[in-house]
Design a protein around this ligand. Structure first.
Ligand SMILES: [Mg+2]
Length: 317
């Protein structure tokens, strides 16, 4: 498509790029636990016939299924969808939190949200499990004033700590802003980080975003940044570092991916989060064809992305 003589990546391509990008980042990040040098990782990806995703993408699929089925967000429907998908594929590498919640709902007859609040001594989880799967919600509500409320409510189904919800909401905002930006233009680095900072509501995440802002101006080596920010399963560590990787390489899906998965830490989830943003910004065509061809369930993931784009156009519940 051409607008004023400039090519513009259409919205559906951005939705598909986000969903496929996140799944590919997840799958390749998981492989990076075994092949931690770039050359070894590239060689493995070239030889393997299938890129298999983990719980990050399984739960993103569940979120996309739930919000497209009921045309909006319902926490109990979302929890039940996650639980059903877990029963079908419990081997996807889930952390202990979600399965514990699913069992509590069944055995105690409480809601998913109540169960999530009872985890970790009734503090709830501040892991990155809600942020890792948030991409479809960031897409559907990318132009909605309710983005924060929808994202944090979707997080609360499994990650009820204020940080867990805030981290997921900021990641949703990162995806939403990436959808809105035209990749033909220079990337508005400072505005983008400032808007994320404004969107965040916890001190811990704002402090990490300030570090991102400081280091990105100097394009500091990501290994140094990762050591300062952290890249663990705690959302205020891994999510800001994933954003740093995107900001360091906004014009290259591949470089963003390698930055996210080759600096140790929670590699699959770092890949899922960074590449969701990159795909949403650059669109599906920017993702290497070989990776797209090898991704398991590619057609279904693309179908869900298309359903989200259609639903967004027709306006949401
Ligand atoms: Mg995973």
């Amino acid at each position: 498509m051409q607008v004023n003589g400039k090519s513009v990546v259409d919205i559906k391509s951005k939705f598909i790029g986000c969903m496929l990008g996140s799944a590919i980042g997840d799958a390749i990040g998981e492989i990076a636990f075994s092949y931690s040098r770039r050359s070894d990782l590239l060689a493995y990806v070239a030889e393997t016939s299938k890129l298999r995703y983990t719980d990050d993408t399984a739960m993103a699929i569940g979120l996309a299924e739930s919000i497209t089925t009921i045309r909006g967000l319902d926490q109990e429907h979302l929890g039940a969808t996650f639980s059903k998908n877990f029963q079908k594929e419990p081997w996807r590498g889930y952390a202990s939190g979600p399965p514990t919640i699913f069992s509590m709902v069944k055995s105690l007859g409480i809601t998913y949200v109540e169960a999530a609040h009872r985890l970790f001594g009734s503090r709830g989880s501040y892991g990155n499990g809600a942020a890792m799967r948030i991409a479809p919600l960031g897409l559907l509500y990318y132009d909605s004033p309710d983005l924060y409320e929808k994202a944090s409510a979707s997080a609360e189904v499994t990650h009820a700590h204020a940080l867990g919800m805030d981290g997921a909401s900021v990641q949703a905002c990162a995806v939403a802003m990436a959808v809105k930006e035209n990749p033909q233009n220079d990337f508005p680095l400072q505005t983008y980080i400032q808007q994320l900072w404004d969107f965040a509501r916890t001190t811990q995440i704002r402090e990490k975003l300030e570090i991102v802002k400081e280091y990105i101006q100097r394009k500091t080596d990501p290994s140094i940044v990762a050591a300062r920010i952290g890249r663990s399963v705690a959302v205020h560590e891994s999510m800001p570092f994933a954003i740093y990787c995107f900001l360091l390489h906004p014009k290259s899906f591949e470089e963003c991916l390698f930055c996210a998965v080759l600096n140790r830490g929670d590699r699959d989830t770092l890949g899922a989060m960074a590449c969701a943003i990159s795909g949403a910004y650059l669109g599906a065509a920017a993702i290497p064809a070989e990776c797209k061809a090898k991704l398991e369930n590619r057609a279904y993931i693309e179908e869900l992305a298309g359903a989200l784009a259609d639903l967004n156009e027709r306006s949401y519940a």
